[in-house]
Design a binder for this molecule. Structure first.
Ligand code: DER
Length: 255
């Protein structure tokens, strides 16, 4: 109950601060917190002209269920920028880097986030940590099925102790399939360093001394042949990024 009310409060604050009813294109992420974001948007806007761009099948269902209009990402003219995109996260560090992919939608989430003039990550207090992989233990990675064995090997070489294919037992026997019909590999790594940690000499952050900095590890994983996308969102701490603000005991993370 405390977590759900924190999600709802963070969502209402994020919409109050960052949703503009005159917007034309709004990205909608995946997960459970985003349901509260869409509810809050419904409360302030009934403008039928707004196009809501989903980040996967579940996101589309949330938009449709709310009586809003989903528009497919690839149906928009080339170069379209979204006024704003809202999404959740599994963990957020002090420099607004995020772990995403708990819901296995990270690829489309990153596609939409990168087209947003402003990316607003809505996260309850559990998600805010000093560094990534503090409470969330693994990096979700979307992988072409045929490439799983070689990607697992590559992840071990980068220092992951026990990378594993995400399987579901209740919903389906065998590996989970994403909306792209790919697999998800969850790779555990030691807590990641922020950029400021590397500047402070807490480690090289390039894997050579056993430490990884957020961006360097993301790039190294992305370079493994067979990897479609990595569940690390970084570079969100742009010049106008607001640091984590606590509102009514919850954390609204914005950039
Ligand atoms: O998969 C994701 O990245 C989602 O945003 C998700 O992890 C957030 O989930 P939650 O809002 O249900 O915690």
């Amino acid at each position: 109950a405390a977590v759900e009310s924190a999600k709802r409060a963070a969502a209402q604050q994020a919409v109050k601060d960052h949703f503009d009813p005159t917007a034309t294109n709004v990205g909608i992420g995946s997960g459970t917190t985003i349901v509260y974001v869409v509810e809050a948007i419904k409360q302030v806007s009934t403008n039928p002209a707004i196009r809501f761009i989903p980040t996967g099948y579940q996101s589309r269902q949330v938009i449709v269920k709310a009586g809003l209009t989903p528009v497919a990402f690839d149906s928009l003219p080339e170069g379209t920028m979204f006024d704003v995109a809202f999404d959740g996260a599994d963990e957020v560090d002090a420099e607004l880097n995020c772990i995403k992919g708990g819901g296995a939608c990270l690829f489309q989430e990153k596609l939409v986030a990168e087209r947003a003039k402003k990316f607003v990550c809505v996260a309850d207090y559990r998600k805010k940590q000093d560094r990534l992989l503090t409470i969330w233990p693994t990096i979700p990675i979307e992988v072409a099925p045929i490439a799983v064995p070689t990607v697992l090997k590559g992840l071990r070489t980068l220092g992951s102790s026990n990378p594993k294919l995400r399987t579901t037992l209740l919903e389906k026997s065998g590996p989970l399939k994403t909306d792209q019909d790919f697999f998800i590999v969850d790779a555990p790594f030691k807590t990641l360093l922020c950029g400021s940690d590397v500047k402070a000499g807490k480690g090289k952050g390039d894997g050579s001394d056993g430490t990884w900095e957020v961006n360097k590890l993301s790039e190294a994983i992305k370079a493994l042949t067979g990897v479609l996308e990595v569940g690390i969102f970084s570079g969100l701490n742009g010049p106008d990024a607001e640091k984590i603000r606590s509102t009514d005991g919850v954390k609204t993370v914005t950039s």
